[in-house]
Design a protein around this ligand. Structure first.
Ligand code: COA
Length: 330
C-alpha cells in the first residue's frame, strides 16, 4: 500500500497590500488594537474582480512544478474554500476549465478554516487505496469581498485576507507521508462564525433587508470562537500524536491554521512547544481561512524549516465549528 506524501507546494497572494493603517481609513480602528489582539500587520486584497479560482492558478502551477508533475499526472482536484467563485458550480470545476485540465474529478470542500486538512485526509484515502497517484489539494479564499469594511464590521474585517496555497499529494513507497488525519465538527456552533446569506431557506435568497442588515457579510462571535479554538487545537493535535505514539517533543514543526497570534501562543503554551517548533506568518497575510496552512507550509519550506525526516503537524479550527489535524513524516 503506498503512502500519501506532499511532493510539492505552492502559494500565491494578490499584490495589493492592505495595512492596518489603510483599514483605519474606512473604519474606527487602529494599528495598535489590531496588532495587540491578533498579531496582524497587513493582509492582501484582490483587485479588478479576481476570484477564488483565479488566485489558485499560480499556486497550482508552482506546486506542480515543484512536485515535477504535469496536468496529465493529476487524478483529482480537491478545492477547499469558504468563498467560492459562485454559489454553484464549485471552484474546482472552474479551475479545471481555466487551467485546461483533463476531465478529472473536481471536488469542492466547504469546511472553512479546516478545509485544507480535510482535503489532505480525502487525498490520503485515494492515494493509499491506489486509486490515484497525484492529487491537488487547494486552499484558496477571497475573503475581502465578504467583509463589512465599516465600523460595524471591524471586529471581523480586520482579521481576514485573500490568498491561495496548494499541495500536490503523491503516492510514495518510502517511509515518508501522512501518518494520520483526524477530523471533527460540532454544528451547534454554526452561527458563531458564519455567512448567513444567500440562504437556500429564504426566497429570494438575497433581498434589500438582508443587504441593509449586512447579513451577507462574514459574522463572528470573536469571544466564543477564541474560547473553543484554544481547547480544540491542542486536543486534536494530541489526538493525532497519541494515535502515532508520539509526544509534542517529537514535533519538528507545527504549522497551525493562522487564525490569530494569541490562539497560536496559547497552543504553544499548552503543548510546551519552543518558538522554533511553531510557524507563523499571520503578520503578513492575516487569516486566509482554507489557504492559510498551505501558504504557511510553502513559506516554511522556502525558509528551510522543513527537512527530510522531520515530523510536521498541521492543525486547524474554524467555522462549523470544524477542527482537524494531520501528522506528517517528511
Ligand atoms: N478596532 C478597534 N476596536 C475594536 C475593533 C477594531 N477592529 N473591534 C472591536 N473593537 C472594540 C469593541 O467594540 C470593544 O469596544 P468596547 O469595549 O467599547 O465595547 C473592544 O474593542 C473590545 O472588544 P472585544 O470584542 O471584547 O475584543 P476582544 O478582546 O474579544 O478581541 C477579537 C476581539 C476578535 C480579536 C477576539 O475575540 C479574537 O481574537 N477572537 C478569535 C477570532 C479568530 O481567531 N477568528 C478566526 C477563527 S478561524
Amino acid at each position: 500500500m503506498p503512502n500519501a506524501k506532499i511532493s510539492g507546494t505552492g502559494f500565491f497572494v494578490p499584490p495589493k497590500v492592505m495595512t492596518n493603517h489603510d483599514l483605519s481609513q474606512f473604519m474606527d480602528t487602529n494599528d495598535e488594537w489590531i496588532q495587540e489582539r491578533t498579531g496582524i500587520k497587513e493582509r492582501r486584497y484582490v483587485e479588478n474582480g479576481a476570484s477564488t479560482s483565479d488566485l489558485a492558478i499560480p499556486a497550482v502551477e508552482m506546486a506542480m512544478e515543484r512536485a515535477g508533475v504535469t496536468k496529465e499526472d493529476i487524478g483529482l482536484i480537491i478545492f477547499a474554500t469558504s468563498t467560492p467563485d459562485y454559489y454553484a458550480p464549485g471552484s474546482g470545476c472552474l479551475l479545471q476549465e481555466k487551467m485546461d485540465f483533463p476531465t478529472i474529478g473536481a471536488l469542492d470542500i466547504r469546511v472553512q478554516c479546516s478545509g485544507f486538512v480535510y482535503g489532505l485526509s480525502v487525498a490520503q484515502q485515494y492515494i493509499e487505496n491506489g486509486i490515484h497517484k497525484h492529487i491537488l489539494v487547494i486552499g484558496a479564499e477571497v475573503q475581502s469581498t465578504a467583509m463589512d469594511l465599516s465600523t460595524r464590521g471591524r471586529d471581523t474585517a480586520v482579521i481576514f485576507g485573500d490568498g491561495a496555497g496548494v499541495a500536490v499529494v503523491s503516492a510514495s513507497h518510502d517511509d515518508s507521508g501522512i501518518l494520520s488525519t483526524h477530523l471533527h465538527s460540532e454544528g451547534k456552533h454554526c452561527r458563531e462564525l458564519w455567512v448567513e446569506a444567500p440562504s437556500s431557506g429564504v426566497t429570494p435568497r438575497l433581498n434589500q433587508e438582508i443587504l441593509d442588515e449586512g447579513r451577507h457579510f462574514l459574522q463572528m462571535n470573536g469571544k466564543e470562537v477564541f474560547r473553543h479554538a484554544v481547547t480544540r487545537f491542542p486536543q486534536v493535535i494530541m489526538e493525532g500524536l497519541d494515535a502515532n505514539g508520539l509526544t509534542p517533543e517529537d514535533i519538528d514543526l507545527l504549522v497551525p491554521h493562522q487564525a490569530n497570534i494569541r490562539i497560536a501562543q496559547m497552543i504553544q503554551k499548552r503543548l510546551k512547544l519552543r518558538d522554533d517548533q511553531v510557524f507563523s506568518n499571520i503578520h503578513k497575510y492575516g487569516n486566509t481561512t482554507a489557504a492559510s496552512i498551505p501558504i504557511a507550509l510553502c513559506e516554511a519550506m522556502d525558509e528551510g524549516r522543513v527537512k527530510k525526516g522531520d515530523l510536521v503537524v498541521f492543525a486547524a479550527f474554524g467555522s462549523g465549528f470544524t477542527w482537524a489535524s494531520a501528522i506528517v513524516k517528511w
